[in-house]
Design a protein around this ligand. Structure first.
Ligand SMILES: CN[C@](CCCC[B-](O)(O)O)(CCN1CCCCC1)C(=O)O
Ligand SMILES: [Mn+2]
Ligand SMILES: [Mn+2]
Ligand SMILES: [Mn+2]
Length: 312
């Protein structure tokens, strides 16, 4: 295995400063060294730089549209390059609006892909359904073919074309979904495992069903081979008792063990092609231990993606 790391110190998809420090905190916790200890080759492509948008007036409710569009265009090109260099892409956020560029760039390199979205939230508000205007609550709607008519072309987003089919997405960890998001998920028939299903089925069964669901598709589609998997992991999927330093914490989340099991299982499929690890916000921890625990969990989730198993 080989990992290509891209840091995206970006926070404009939401309104809480600090999430831009996520990449450095995750690196400082020893991600590269720990990956190399697993026998994984690592190339760190460094952090993207995002120019300050002086004039970025809100568009109705939507905040920082131009900044988010420009950042994701850069990120898309970066992730595409990492994939074309043959690595499994590791995108360190930054807020979850960055999944727009990460998934777009991944798809530009590999074509059709599956998306496993691990998150307390569905992040599938459209620009017209969002309550907050924060684009980190909207990335999935920008990516889905089926929602193309619901997302207006926005400034600095003309580069973006939808690249994911609703049937190729699975959500795990949902527990804070807005009414419009719930409607969209039902209308499109998107596969979801909320925390109720995690409790009901257990994480092992959730992962079996996730992988069966995603591979079943390839018998009906022209694409006979199984699609590469893009894992977009929002640290707020993990219970705040374990990962408190994040912008939108929600009680009743995944345990550390469940969170890691998800990455171990996906690693074993051999299909994991890109990973986002987003929403680590050191300023949202009340103590240094809060930050340490959050960052350490983020690192362990990434190690699980690259073959670390708890049996040693
Ligand atoms: C659930 N949707 C939220 C949160 C999005 C979180 C983004 B993520 O990247 O962290 O997953 C919250 C909307 N609620 C805010 C409080 C009042 C009710 C609506 C939104 O802002 O759209
Ligand atoms: Mn998210
Ligand atoms: Mn979230
Ligand atoms: Mn967030």
């Amino acid at each position: 295995r080989s990992a290509g790391i891209v840091g995206a110190p970006f926070c404009k998809g939401q309104s809480r400063g600090g999430v831009e420090d996520g990449p450095e905190r995750i690196r400082a916790a020893g991600l590269q060294r720990r990956l190399q200890q697993l026998g994984c080759a690592v190339k760190d492509y460094g952090n993207l730089t995002f120019e300050d948008m002086s004039l970025d007036e809100p568009m109705g409710l939507l905040k920082s549209v131009r900044a988010v569009g420009a950042a994701n265009q850069k990120l898309s090109e970066a992730v595409r390059a990492v994939k074309e260099d043959g690595h499994t892409a590791v995108m360190l956020g930054g807020d979850h609006s960055l999944a727009i560029g990460s998934i777009h760039g991944h798809s530009a390199a590999v074509g059709e892909l599956s998306v496993v979205w691990v998150d307390a939230h569905a992040d599938i508000n459209t620009p017209l359904t969002t309550y907050t205007g924060n684009i980190h609550g909207q990335p999935v709607s920008y990516l889905l073919h089926e929602l193309r008519s619901k997302v207006p072309v926005l400034p600095n987003f003309s580069w973006l074309k939808p690249c994911v089919s609703a049937a190729d997405v699975v959500f795990i960890g949902l527990r804070d979904v807005d009414p419009a998001e719930h409607y969209i998920l039902k209308m499109l028939g998107v596969k979801t495992f909320s925390m109720s299903e995690v409790d009901q089925l257990g994480v092992a069964r959730v992962m079996e069903e996730t992988c069966d669901y995603l591979s079943a598709r390839c018998f009906v589609s022209l694409n006979r081979g199984k699609k590469p998997i893009h894992l977009s992991y929002d640290i707020d999927a993990i219970d705040p008792s374990v990962a408190p330093a994040t912008g939108t914490p929600v009680v009743g989340g995944l345990t550390y063990r469940e969170g890691v099991y998800i990455t171990e299982h996906l690693c074993q499929t051999g299909l994991l092609s890109a990973v986002d690890l987003v929403e680590v916000n050191p300023l949202r921890g009340q103590t240094e231990e809060d930050v340490r625990s959050t960052v350490s969990t983020a690192v362990d989730l990434l190690l699980g993606c690259f073959g670390r198993v708890r049996e040693g």
